[in-house]
Design a protein around this ligand. Structure first.
Ligand SMILES: [Fe+2]
Ligand SMILES: [Fe+2]
Length: 188
C-alpha cells in the first residue's frame, strides 16, 4: 500500500461529513435555527479527524519528507498552498466555534455567522481534497523509493495509534484546568 492510500481513504470519510453538513445547512436555512450539539459534533470531527489526524499526517509525514527532496516548482508551490489552506480551515473552524457559543448565549447575529461558516467549509473541503487527490498525491509518489514509501506508511500507522492517547490526555489536562479554576473561583 502506498502512503497516500490511507490519506485518500480519509478523504472519503471527510466528504461524507461534508455531505451531512450540506444537508444540515439546508435544515438551518429552512428552520432558521441551529442544533448547537450538531455544530459541536461537526467541529470535533473537523478538529480531531480532518485536522489533527488527517492534516497532521499530511504535514508531519508526507510534506516533511517531500521537503527533503528536490521538488519541481509546481509541487513546492502546491505544498505551500495546501499548508496555507490547512491554516485557513483551522481559522474558519474557530469562527464556527465562536458563532456557536454566541448562538447558545442568544446573540442575534450568530445564526447567519454559523450559516456563513458552514457554507464556507463545505465549499472549501471538496476543492482542497480534489487538489490533493487529482493533482498532487500521485505525482509526488515518484520522488520516493519503495523503502521510503514503506517507512512513511509505517509512520502513518504509528501516528494514528498515538492519537487516541493524545486526545484523551488533553481532555484530562483541560478538565483539571477547569476544576482548578472552579476551586479558585466558585462563581465560574
Ligand atoms: Fe490537506
Ligand atoms: Fe487531505
Amino acid at each position: 500500500m502506498m502512503p497516500i492510500a490511507p490519506l485518500m481513504i480519509e478523504h472519503r470519510l471527510i466528504e461524507r461529513m461534508i455531505d451531512v453538513m450540506k444537508d444540515e445547512l439546508l435544515l438551518i436555512e429552512k428552520e432558521k435555527k441551529v442544533d448547537p450539539e450538531f455544530i459541536e459534533m461537526a467541529v470535533d470531527f473537523i478538529r480531531t479527524y480532518a485536522d489533527r489526524c488527517h492534516h497532521g499526517k499530511e504535514e508531519d509525514i508526507l510534506f516533511r519528507d517531500l521537503g527533503g527532496k528536490k521538488l519541481k516548482d509546481e509541487h513546492r508551490r502546491t505544498i505551500e498552498e495546501l499548508v496555507e489552506e490547512h491554516r485557513w480551515g483551522r481559522k474558519m473552524t474557530g469562527r464556527l466555534v465562536e458563532a456557536n457559543t454566541r448562538y447558545v448565549q442568544g446573540n442575534e447575529g450568530a445564526l447567519s455567522a454559523i450559516m456563513d461558516c458552514i457554507k464556507t467549509l463545505i465549499e472549501f473541503y471538496p476543492k482542497h481534497i480534489e487538489k490533493e487527490d487529482k493533482r498532487f498525491f500521485i505525482p509526488c509518489m515518484d520522488y520516493f523509493t519503495d523503502a521510503e514509501k514503506e517507512a512513511m506508511l509505517k509512520e502513518e500507522w504509528e501516528f494514528d495509534k498515538s492519537l487516541i492517547h493524545e486526545r484523551y490526555r488533553n481532555i484530562v489536562i483541560a478538565s483539571e484546568k477547569i476544576l482548578t479554576a472552579r476551586k479558585l473561583n466558585p462563581l465560574i
